[in-house]
Design a protein around this ligand. Structure first.
Ligand code: FE2
Length: 258
């Protein structure tokens, strides 16, 4: 869908040029990051093919598909209530603030120029659209392989080290938020955590980069099955990580052969 500037602006965006400029800056910021990756790594980085729109996309599996790790009731409520609300509220904010275009990424990369509603719901929508794809039905000995495993070992010494660091990022997030594996401007894989619905694409985030794996550690993601035991949820979650999707995000971002 596309947005037009028919809705009167809120006070914080009275100047109609501001939103237009903001979007321009956002595109430039994301482009600069991509460009710096290409320069540093000598690869032909292109704009990420993972363009996120504003509508909620279908869940790529049944609510029951992740049972044993995430129960069907949690999945259904998470997808149809929480995530659906982020998309709905994002579209309201986009209409009110004069966002044009079909891609959320330029808005996120310049999120400081938008409202809190845009920040919370834009991040919420982006993060959840990614989160669903980052999971798949449980597999035995679910681990990354091939080039992705090599990258993880290069950046974190071993897969077990990586798992520990990433798990700690999720466990230690105070309150609600996300744990991330992302690629930074130096082409390194980094682990970090953001509060609420922030993510590494946002210009207000302490983390800066392109996320390739995200873990939702809001209580709504696990409380029905795990109650207060976030660590148990995280430990089990490794069984359903879709490493093929993680690798796809990485190689598509850098436009390198799979
Ligand atoms: Fe969530």
């Amino acid at each position: 869908m596309s947005y037009t500037d028919k809705t009167p602006r809120r006070d914080f965006l009275k100047n109609s040029a501001k939103a237009t400029i903001a979007i321009g800056i956002g595109t430039s910021t994301l482009g600069s990051f991509v460009e710096s990756c290409a320069t540093t790594k000598n690869v032909t980085a292109s704009a990420s093919p993972f363009k996120t729109g504003f509508d909620q996309q279908p869940l790529p599996y049944a609510y029951t598909a992740l049972e044993d790790v995430i129960d069907a009731a949690t999945m259904e409520i998470h997808y149809t209530k929480h995530a659906a609300a982020y998309s709905k509220n994002l579209k309201e904010a986009a209409a009110a603030e004069g966002v044009t275009g079909n891609s959320l990424e330029p808005v996120l990369s310049n999120i400081s120029h938008y409202s809190v509603k845009m920040r919370n719901n834009g991040g919420g929508h982006y993060n959840h659209e990614m989160f669903w794809q980052c999971m798949r039905p449980k597999q035995n000995d679910n681990r990354p392989t091939g080039k992705l495993l090599g990258l993880i070992e290069k950046n974190f010494t071993s897969f077990d080290n990586f798992k520990t660091q990433f798990s700690d990022a999720g466990k230690n997030r105070f309150g609600s938020g996300w744990a991330w594996l992302y690629t930074d401007k130096n082409n390194s894989l980094k682990i970090g955590s953001t509060p609420n619905q922030d993510n590494p694409l946002m210009n207000i985030s302490d983390l800066k980069g392109f996320p390739v794996l995200g873990l939702d550690v809001w209580e709504h993601a696990y409380y029905l099955k795990y109650q207060n035991k976030r660590a148990d949820y995280i430990e089990n979650w490794w069984k359903v990580v879709n490493w093929d999707y993680v690798w796809k995000r990485y190689y598509s971002f850098y436009n390198i052969p799979a």
